[in-house]
Write a protein that binds this ligand. Structure first.
Ligand SMILES: C[S@@+](CC[C@H](N)C(=O)[O-])C[C@H]1O[C@@H](n2cnc3c(N)ncnc32)[C@H](O)[C@@H]1O
Length: 375
């Protein structure tokens, strides 16, 4: 790193980014170095949610936003066969490449030379060795032997704007398919918001990854060693379930317990797998709530005891909450199409008992359940 920039980083550590502080650091270094250093500290602060060593890493705003959380990067790296060489086609600031390099022989490619420099710095901070080539992924791929595995996390931004059209991703996943199909493992990180039709058109195994209680990504795993299937993965717990076809009956109203499935399980269409395993029923048209008369413990579901239920009538809900001594309830919905923020205001309550209200639909009709969280 340029020594002036390094000095600016040291001088600005723990200082609020006020005009006076920036100008003090600028006097000792340069205006550019001071601006850059204060930006780095503000990005590092945000990056602490993703990286344990954030305070030593370098970022640009988009590169940080697009980067993979280190817990998920570890999961990606472990998909590849031990000892295989892996080329990361879109290294970004290097989050995935750090994990790949820790697992084995890895190299990365990045078209943005400044970001490639950040990846090199970030690898060093983590004590990981991996080559970073600056340039287009096609040239980097061409240099690789037949046996190389591939990883790609395409850019979904075009001139700062986020796109949801896979044809505009860089690289375009469809263009990679034939090369990814013929290597032993070729993994694509994509948005879980992409439609099933597109994700399935790529073939291979489809995994929806849950991290921090959110469905963070859809991973398409191609290659000659990839087992097919559709899975949900709880990355922190290292557990996986497969989407299976089972006939599951539907209850119109909640039973003694309501279970809220993890968003990745819902996205991977694994509700029938859970309902079958735990002898539960779907709750009306909720797509995500399961119900049963018995208590079940599973990392895939949050369990609630059902206090009462009804037809989504606000007056009735308010009365119930008052009688129960509830504080302002935590609202949730599956397929109810409500504006929960507005509802939250109108259900303000002064008690101290924590309660949840779940909304869902049965046909056209709105339904609710008042719940106490147990797990
Ligand atoms: C989503 S980011 C990758 C983030 C990375 N996995 C990480 O965790 O830090 C995508 C990156 O691909 C790069 N990129 C886009 N088109 C490329 C191309 N044709 N060749 C190489 N890199 C490219 C972008 O500059 C961007 O940094």
């Amino acid at each position: 790193m340029n020594p002036l920039y390094d000095q600016a980083l040291n001088l600005s550590e723990n200082l609020p980014g006020t005009a006076a502080n920036i100008s003090r650091v600028a006097k000792a270094t340069s205006q550019g170095a001071a601006q850059w250093a204060f930006t780095q500290w503000s990005l590092r602060k945000r990056a602490r949610a993703k990286f344990a060593l954030a305070d030593q890493m370098l970022f640009d705003r988009d590169g940080l936003e697009m980067s993979t959380h280190e817990g998920l990067a570890e999961y990606h790296a472990a998909l590849f066969p031990t000892g295989a060489r892996v080329l990361d086609l879109t290294a970004g600031i290097g989050a995935d490449l750090i994990a790949l390099g820790r697992h084995g022989d890895a190299a990365g490619c990045e078209i943005d030379s400044e970001r490639a420099g950040m990846a090199i710095h970030n690898l060093k901070v983590h004590g990981v060795e991996a080559e970073v080539r600056v340039g287009d992924y096609r040239a980097a791929m061409d240099l690789e032997p037949e046996s190389t595995c591939f990883y790609v996390d395409p850019s979904r931004r075009e001139s700062g704007r986020r796109t949801i059209d896979p044809a505009e991703f860089s690289p375009n996943p469809l263009e990679l398919k034939s090369r990814f199909d013929t290597c032993s493992i070729g993994a694509l990180k994509l948005s879980p918001m992409l439609p099933d039709g597109f994700l399935e058109s790529l073939g291979g195994r489809l995994e929806f990854l849950s991290y921090g209680g959110e469905c963070r990504e859809a991973l398409v795993v191609l290659g000659t060693e990839s087992e097919p299937g559709r899975f949900a993965v709880l990355v922190e717990r290292k557990v996986k379930i497969e989407a299976e076809d089972h006939y599951i009956s539907t209850a119109e109203t909640p039973l003694a317990y309501l279970y809220e499935a993890d968003p990745a399980a819902v996205r991977a269409h694994c509700l029938a797998t859970l309902a079958h395993e735990f002898r539960l029923e779907h709750l009306a048209d909720s797509n995500g709530y399961l119900v049963g008369g018995h208590s079940v413990d599973s990392p895939w579901m949050v369990r609630y005891r059902v206090v009462n239920s009804g037809r989504g009538d606000l007056k009735q809900i308010r009365r119930s909450l008052e009688q129960l001594g509830a504080s302002t309830p935590i609202l949730k919905q599956k397929g109810a199409g409500l504006e929960l923020q507005k509802l939250h205001k109108s259900l303000k309550s002064t008690g101290d008992q924590e309660m949840h209200v779940a909304f869902y639909r049965a046909g056209a009709g709105l339904r609710h359940a008042i719940l106490m969280r147990e797990t």
